[in-house]
Write a protein that binds this ligand. Structure first.
Ligand code: N0T
Length: 522
């Protein structure tokens, strides 16, 4: 017994998502953790492919790398499992001191079962596909088939058991069962089995969530019934996979979503119907209690689209995690918008040198130049990541990114302090209309450390902190503006900013700089 107790005490705690007063944290090693993520390309899940992954990771320097594990690679023959890739990945990630998020590509990898083993994806009778209203068979597995759920769940449980045994270090901090689930080309399955369920009663917990009285799907949800039905069944299916996986090894689990347009969504089926789109998040909340969060994959470069998606997925009942975003430079600044929405993490997609480009979603060419602005994000934030994650859990992080045509932004910090961010002005002085940067690359972050003390950072932006009360603002000065960094959670002073460096505001270039600022009045 004493030996066992010692072993248990030295084992790192299992990561988990916690929520207090409607705010969230991902605990890793028992403390709030900020995922500075990078996701590899889809087919980079083989030892040979990892050779092209690490050189790009060395440029971006994320703290977490997101890598697929395909059902077809771990269970090529039914009942025979091979986790050698997972072991290789664990070892290489540890050598580089990065954490991992594993992506379980199985029943749904963007609508289709292409990552399922041949014995699954080629057997329509045992593992049926979605049937459209006019009787066509789609390449999307039906969420209603017990055999499919049983097979996927069994393999996933093996993966989680393997991780539990192979990863006492908690190199893997989260798992994503499936990838962008949902069906393109039909709002739902219209097979006889699906139809029978559709004409049956709506589950109690869903009725309760929406305050509806018992009835059929159509009676309860009218025009939304088909999509809600499909969303419920996909969410419930993934929830059962996650539940069994967590019973083996309770890592945090999330579902990522291909989005619908926030303002002109179009019809379900044009976008991935039944996936965790913004209109069905409450359906997912009711159907998937074992899932920790629903994560947007954001490939919309336009400012109001991007920030609206962030707002819609950052909820008291849903921690914001941007599981994927485009790897074009224009997306990089939105890391700071995500931090401003209390994100627990953010990750550009397609970070490796396999020479694949998902343009127009991401960059045309993946090279060091493309990665530079993503590397800058993490160079700025990495030393303070734990401080930011803790402050975010307390609601004390403000962040923003440049919006074209809006060169000045003012954000409220608290009742006493505001921040104004100005883009495109010289660092020395300046009068007149700020022009904005030639390309929208500005970003700003203010973290409240104490009543009058802040951690301030950014790039390609000028930040001014000012009192809300004009009488205070008129007598406002800096007690100090110190540049430094955090080493093992302790602030390490490097130099004090004064004179030109503070007279016109705090000007950030492409230099990764962290400032500790204390405001005062004379
Ligand atoms: C993503 C990625 C990968 C406004 C695309 C995005 C990844 C998957 N899908 O490279 O395939 O595994 O999750 C879908 C975006 C739809 C187009 C949105 C245009």
């Amino acid at each position: 017994a004493p030996a066992a107790a010692t072993a248990a005490a030295t084992e790192a705690p299992i990561p988990k998502v916690v929520t207090e007063s409607g705010r969230h944290a991902l605990l890793v090693d028992g403390q709030p953790f900020l995922i500075l993520g990078a996701q590899v390309n889809n087919s980079s899940n083989y030892p040979a492919a990892l050779e092209n992954v690490w050189p790009a990771i060395d440029v971006v320097k994320p703290n977490t790398v997101m890598v697929p594990v395909a059902w077809e690679q771990v269970e090529p023959t039914e009942g025979q499992f091979d986790f050698s890739f997972v072991d290789t990945l664990l070892a290489q990630a540890r050598e580089r001191d990065v954490r991992l998020i594993l992506l379980w590509f199985a029943t749904w990898k963007n609508n289709g079962p292409n990552y399922a083993p041949a014995w699954v994806k080629l057997d329509n009778a045992r593992f049926p596909r979605v049937i459209t209203a006019d009787g066509r068979t789609l390449n999307s597995l039906s969420p209603h088939a017990q055999a499919t759920l049983d097979a996927d769940r069994k393999a996933f449980v093996e993966l989680m058991k393997h991780l539990k045994a192979a990863d006492p270090q908690r190199t893997v901090i989260m798992v994503q069962p499936q990838n962008e689930p949902g069906t393109y080309g039909s709002v739902r399955d219209f097979s006889p089995l699906a139809q029978q369920l559709f004409e049956g009663p709506v589950p109690e917990v869903l009725l309760k969530k929406f305050g509806k009285s018992p009835g059929t799907w159509r009676e309860a949800f009218g025009a939304d019934a088909d999509e809600f039905f499909h969303a419920w069944h996909i969410a419930h299916y993934i929830d059962q996979v996650a539940e069994a996986g967590k019973a083996a090894y309770p890592l945090p689990m999330y579902i990522n979503g291909a989005l619908r347009g926030p303002f002109n969504p179009g019809q379900p089926g044009q976008y991935a119907s039944g996936g965790p789109t913004d209109n069905v998040l409450d359906v997912y909340e009711a159907a998937a209690p074992h899932i920790d969060l629903f994560a947007p994959d954001i490939y919309m470069p336009e400012y109001t689209h991007y920030t609206t998606v962030l707002e819609r997925y950052s909820r008291p009942d849903n921690p914001l995690f941007v599981a994927e975003t485009g790897n074009r430079e224009e997306y990089s600044r939105y890391f700071f918008s995500a931090l401003g929405q209390q994100a627990i993490g953010w990750a550009p997609f397609g970070v490796d040198y396999s020479r694949y480009s998902n343009w127009p979603l991401g960059a045309k060419h993946m090279d060091e130049e493309t990665l530079a602005s993503f590397a800058l994000n993490y160079a700025i934030v990495r030393p303070a990541a734990r401080v930011i994650a803790q402050a975010s859990f307390e609601g004390k992080v403000r962040g923003t990114a440049e919006q074209p045509g809006q060169p000045v932004q003012t954000l409220k910090i608290d009742d006493r302090w505001n921040m104004t961010v100005t883009y495109g002005v010289p660092q020395f002085w300046f009068q007149g209309e700020p022009p904005g940067n030639p390309e929208p690359i500005g970003r700003a972050l203010v973290v409240q450390l104490g009543p009058d003390e802040f951690l301030v950072a950014g790039a390609h932006a000028r930040i001014n902190l000012h009192a809300a009360d004009p009488a205070v603002a008129g007598r406002q000065i800096y007690d100090y503006v110190d540049e430094g960094t955090y080493v093992d959670g302790e602030w390490v002073f490097q130099r004090r900013w004064n004179g030109d460096q503070t007279d016109y505001g705090l000007n950030f270039s492409s230099a990764p700089q962290l400032l500790r600022v204390k405001l005062a009045t004379y």
